[in-house]
Design a protein around this ligand. Structure first.
Ligand code: XLS
Ligand code: NI
Ligand code: NI
Length: 442
């Protein structure tokens, strides 16, 4: 990928990151991620569609509830908002081209500062869309998805589409309309709804049924608007159980799937699953992937990881090879993502203050995914992993078990089978054996 910079080169010490293979000890080279290498019938680049998250990488300033910014960006200096927004975009495309990141994702407010003036916001966004078009053309980088931030502004403190005040809901709609326009104008492949504050803090002041019906209506209107205007991509819902609301309506994959089914949204919407959201919901990421895959709704993922000791969305860069290998097993068996890719919804730590830290983080994340892909493919094609799981269900493959799956039994005939065949044999689940098998291939 050709490096593109604006007038200023922001990441001077960062050169083009390339694949150097396992022999390399260059911390700014890929040891596993070789974009053109074919695994399981697709190139690595096609498998992943790696995307950079604009908000964490170019807006996130390291601030936390206990202290302000620690990341002082050189692209964040000009007084004029449009000039500043363009500097930021220059920095973003420079960084992404240097890392060979083929995609990016944004919220409306990531691209340019928003105010309370809807029309001014729309104009600002349009100016940045024009600027982004040029950058995309020059670099070949594409938009994986766009979205609207309906949770940071104080008017959304009680939610957007689920706000008890219709006036706030309308403001949310105005933002979504403009964000969909921007996504379409930039050839965005998908559009995301993460619930933000769509949930509640206390049931004492909440009519849950009414709020969820409003959310469904809102999603229908957004989808109809986008389709009417030529959007061919997929809409994703991104489940998360809590934070910022105490209880969020899009709790986890299973909850979202039943919501989509109940409100007749299944044809247009799929899921965007995030690792740290899965763990906050009390699930493994693998569980969420499997639930989505089984429903044919595995759209895309937000890559990151949580922290064993913390109960919030720490959004750290992925570095757990076991977790990712197990996840890639599921993704590969599902045939990959439907429309989406791997968006690094992750941020460097507050005290990671060197300009290169952002590069180390992404290089490590991309490499880990590549390593997990290679490993998972080997496990699926060379090991007994699949066979062991299949054999566990062998009793349903023939005879009375197969008849059960075909619906040819009654409760009485099952009872008669149990009587005739006595006590079942003790059969091991072989969990430790399988865990060792995964480790053997890592
Ligand atoms: C927050 C979410 C958010 C979405 C996009 O927890 O992960 O970043 O991905 O709105
Ligand atoms: Ni996310
Ligand atoms: Ni998140």
């Amino acid at each position: 990928m050709k490096i593109i910079t604006g007038e200023t080169e922001y990441f001077k010490s960062l050169k083009q990151v390339t694949y150097e293979g396992l022999e390399s000890d260059n911390p700014l080279a890929f040891r596993w991620y070789n974009p053109q290498q074919v695994i399981a019938g697709k190139t690595m680049a096609e498998h992943f569609k790696f995307a950079c998250a604009y908000w964490h990488s170019f807006n996130g300033d390291g601030g936390d509830p206990f202290g302000g910014a620690t990341h002082h960006f050189p692209w964040d200096r000009q007084a004029d908002p449009l000039a500043r927004a363009k500097d930021k975009m220059d920095a973003a495309f420079e960084f992404m081209t240097k890392l060979q990141m083929p995609y990016y994702c944004f919220h409306d407010v990531d691209l340019i500062d928003f105010s309370n003036d809807i029309e001014k916001n729309e104009q600002g966004l349009q100016s940045m869309v024009e600027y982004a078009k040029g950058k995309q053309q020059e670099s070949g980088i594409k938009l994986l998805w766009g979205t609207a931030n309906l949770f940071s502004h104080s008017r959304y403190m009680n939610g957007a589409a689920t706000n008890p005040d219709f006036h706030v809901l309308a403001h949310g709609a105005a933002q979504v309309k403009a964000a969909i326009d921007a996504t379409i104008a930039l050839g965005g492949e998908n559009y995301v709804f993460w619930g933000g504050r769509e949930g509640y803090m206390s049931l004492l002041n909440t009519n849950m049924k009414r709020e969820q019906e409003h959310l469904a209506k809102f999603l229908h209107l957004a989808k109809d608007y986008a389709r009417k205007n030529g959007f061919k991509g997929t809409f994703f819902i991104e489940p998360k159980p809590c934070e910022p609301s105490k209880h969020q309506y899009d709790y986890d994959a299973a909850t979202v799937i039943s919501f989509l089914r109940q409100y007749d949204l299944l044809g247009d919407f799929k899921l965007n699953l995030e690792v740290n959201h899965a763990t906050l919901a009390g699930h493994t990421f693998q569980h969420e992937l499997q639930v989505a895959a089984d429903a044919g709704l595995l759209g895309s993922i937000d890559a990151n990881r949580g922290d064993y000791q913390n109960g919030w969305d720490t959004d750290q860069f992925p570095n757990d090879i076991m977790e990712l290998t197990e996840s890639l097993l599921i993704i590969l068996e599902a045939g990959g993502f439907q429309g989406g890719g791997v968006n690094f919804d992750a941020k460097i730590r507050r005290n990671s203050t060197d300009p290169l830290d952002l590069a180390y983080a992404h290089v490590g994340g991309m490499d880990l995914f590549a390593r997990a892909l290679v490993t998972a493919d080997k496990i699926l094609t060379q090991s007994e992993y699949k066979k062991i799981r299949e054999e566990r269900y062998a009793s349903f493959d023939s005879g009375a078990g197969a008849a059960f799956e075909k619906g040819e039994h009654s409760l009485e005939s099952l009872r008669d089978f149990a009587v005739a065949n006595g006590e079942p044999a003790v059969i091991s689940g072989r969990q430790e054996y399988l865990e060792n098998l995964i480790n053997r291939y890592i």
